[in-house]
Design a protein around this ligand. Structure first.
Ligand SMILES: Nc1ncnc2c1ncn2[C@@H]1O[C@H](COP(=O)(O)OP(=O)(O)O)[C@@H](O)[C@H]1O
Ligand SMILES: [Mg+2]
Length: 230
């Protein structure tokens, strides 16, 4: 199976007295087509891990490979060009642009691809169709429900067909029922082939995922995939 993400002994320390080892040597492999939950309590290192996998921050040591590219040492310039084809981000707070329609919010996911506006809008339309929002193209975020906003954000994350979708507490701002629908959407997209990593503190939510990796004090505590393989 193709490896989409590989972390090899990733350490992230923050200077101080004493220094904080937010990640204390994390090794993890995710294959194409997986849907993985990274679960841990507050302070366990989830956000740090998300920033490092998302290439928004660099490890103190260790190697991060995404889609066959070693991103932990890639130059900022190359990263800016490559990021949107490697990673699609979904955040708890949606992070949509308030003045843009749903269609144009999704089209921003293609800004760095060189595609012209017509192409970007057509692909954005297809992505909105995939998340069940083809009837909300011209709505502004303020005219959409929370669940619909998160669907727009998911469409933006997948519009450039990234190697992996990285979701940080994607249901954290949604009521239980809407949260379940968003998790259902992740399952559907995964069934169509998307590789997805969901970061959450919610153990119950993670239990619905095919693979769960538990993190505590900057270390991987357990990995359900490893248990199955053993
Ligand atoms: N910029 C920073 N400087 C110093 N310590 C940090 C910084 N960011 C996070 N930490 C510390 O690293 C640890 C892990 O934090 P974080 O990754 O945010 O955990 P989580 O997202 O699981 O709550 C915590 O002890 C936190 O206080
Ligand atoms: Mg956090």
């Amino acid at each position: 199976m193709t490896e989409v993400l590989e972390l090899a002994d990733v350490v992230k320390s923050y200077p101080g007295h004493p220094p904080v080892h937010a990640l204390a040597g994390v090794s993890l492999t995710v294959h194409e087509g997986e849907l993985v939950g990274i679960v841990g309590p507050s302070g366990s290192g989830k956000s740090t891990l998300l920033h490092i996998i998302g290439t928004l921050d660099r490890p103190s040591s260790g190697v991060v490979t995404i889609g066959g590219h070693v991103v932990s040492t890639m130059s900022d310039r190359r990263l800016s060009a490559a990021r949107s084809s490697l990673i699609g981000f979904v955040f708890q707070q949606f992070h949509l642009i308030p003045s843009m329609t749903a269609l144009d919010n999704v089209a921003t996911g293609l800004l760095y691809t060189g595609a012209n506006l017509t192409e970007r809008r057509f692909k954005a339309f297809e992505a909105l169709q995939r998340v069940g929002l083809a009837h909300r193209l011209t709505h502004l975020p303020s005219e959409l429900s929370g669940g619909e906003r998160q669907r727009v954000a998911i469409a933006r994350a997948l519009v450039n067909k990234p190697a992996i979708i990285l979701a940080d507490e994607p249901t954290g701002n949604l009521d239980t029922h809407t949260g379940e629908q968003i998790m259902g959407l992740f399952h559907d997209l995964n069934a169509q082939g998307a590789t997805i990593l969901v970061i959450t503190h919610d153990r119950e939510l993670a239990e619905g995922l095919p693979r769960q990796v538990h993190i505590r004090d900057g270390r991987l505590e357990s990995d359900s995939a490893a248990t199955v393989a053993a």
